[in-house]
Design a protein around this ligand. Structure first.
Ligand code: 13P
Ligand code: SF4
Length: 359
């Protein structure tokens, strides 16, 4: 309609005026009306890399969620500003772990396991944070010998951690932690769930003593909606269907699927498939619908018949994009995300360990 056309015109005009002074990054879960203006679209790992390498632009407009923009700010140059078009675009999973609770957990683990390395020089615990976490938690990992992971490199990162530590504290997403460690052969009984409100995370001492991966209780409210029933139904309705889910889905769902992988993994699998493949996908609906439109040679649908977008990703509306771009044209940086330098120095250590731990 007219207002959409007007917004489009305003965004394109501002972008043309700014030229290489601005780069617009977009996560796969962004709506189409935002993605059409992105200079680069990717998963959270690729976007972190993109933020680090676009040094020509003086502003990075990040169409994604808060923790991604924080990461972009920490990895981009000091001459660059990072802008989140709507400051209310957070991530409910990232909010499920905060620094005081992780520090309290850490103190309990130190009391339990001590602080001395074993004969092979492996420390008692390595903290691993999922990218979907605040900069403060990434800084905690940087300060305590730990590392960041994304859904595309979680196995590589856990291997890195097991080379250096006897066990791992993994936060905030229990599902990514459990699914990845399980695929690496860690038995379920060695992956206790940690309840920050209870001593020993609510576990028996004997359970904690044999722990290999201590899992935080966080989860993604979008991905926890996927069920084994949906997969069974898809297999009945579409015999031969290929089921791919995001590793933020619960373990039973990942086990019932044919494959699990990050948003970029899902994209690549679809691109590489022989024509006429039918896919049932367990991830955010904006991405699934876009894939269905972009790859009409396949049949692609979302496992969950009830449309469920990531409500915080959806808060990036083209109206906000126009507003921040026009701000830049007027010489004004609106909605800037800045991580304080004392946090950023430590968080960068954990991020750079991740960027260096290539598979
Ligand atoms: P990716 O790392 O696969 O892009 O996922 C990010 C995310 O927030 C998934 O919910
Ligand atoms: Fe966070 Fe889930 Fe949304 Fe990803 S899909 S940004 S984990 S709430």
């Amino acid at each position: 309609d007219a207002s959409d056309d007007e917004l489009k015109y305003r965004i394109l005009t501002a972008k043309a005026e700014l030229g290489e002074r601005v780069v617009v990054l977009g996560h796969f879960y962004q709506r189409d009306e935002v993605i059409e203006f992105a200079d680069f679209v990717g998963d959270s790992f690729q976007l972190a890399n993109a933020a680090q390498t676009r040094d020509k632009a003086e502003a990075i407009v990040f169409c994604g969620v808060h923790f991604m923009a924080e990461t972009a700010d920490m990895l981009s140059g000091s001459h660059q500003s990072v802008i989140l078009p709507n400051l209310a675009a957070g991530c409910s999973m990232a909010d499920m772990a905060d620094l005081p609770s992780v520090e309290a957990c850490w103190a309990e683990l130190e009391a339990l396991y001590g602080t001395e390395p074993d004969a092979e020089g492996r420390v008692p615990v390595i903290p691993v944070t999922y990218m979907n976490s605040s900069a403060a938690l990434k800084a905690f990992c940087g300060q305590h010998g730990g590392i960041v992971c994304t859904s595309s490199n979680a196995a590589t990162v856990l291997e890195w951690a097991f080379e250096r530590g006897q066990r791992v504290l993994f936060f905030p997403d229990q599902h990514l932690g459990r699914n990845t460690a399980k695929a690496m052969g860690v038995p379920l009984e060695e992956m206790p769930l940690w309840n920050p409100r209870l001593p020993l995370g609510g576990n028996e001492q004997a359970v904690m003593e044999q722990a290999k991966v201590v899992l935080w209780q966080g989860f993604c409210s979008v991905h926890k909606r996927f069920t084994v029933n949906q997969i069974e139904q898809a297999r009945v309705d579409f015999p031969g269907v290929r089921v791919i889910v995001h590793p933020e889905c619960p373990m039973e769902v990942v086990d019932a699927a044919d494959e699990a992988g990050s948003t970029d993994y899902i994209l690549k699998a679809i691109q590489a498939a022989p024509e006429g493949t039918t896919f049932a996908i367990g991830t955010e609906i904006n991405m699934v619908n876009r894939l269905a439109a972009q790859y009409p040679q396949h049949t692609i649908f979302c496992l969950d018949p009830v449309i469920c977008p990531c409500s915080t990703m959806y808060r990036i509306h083209p109206g906000y994009l126009a507003w921040v771009l026009e701000g830049l044209v007027a010489g004004e940086v609106r909605n800037q995300i800045t991580v304080p330098e004392d946090t950023a120095v430590n968080a960068r250590i954990a991020l750079e360990r991740m960027l260096a731990a290539k598979p």
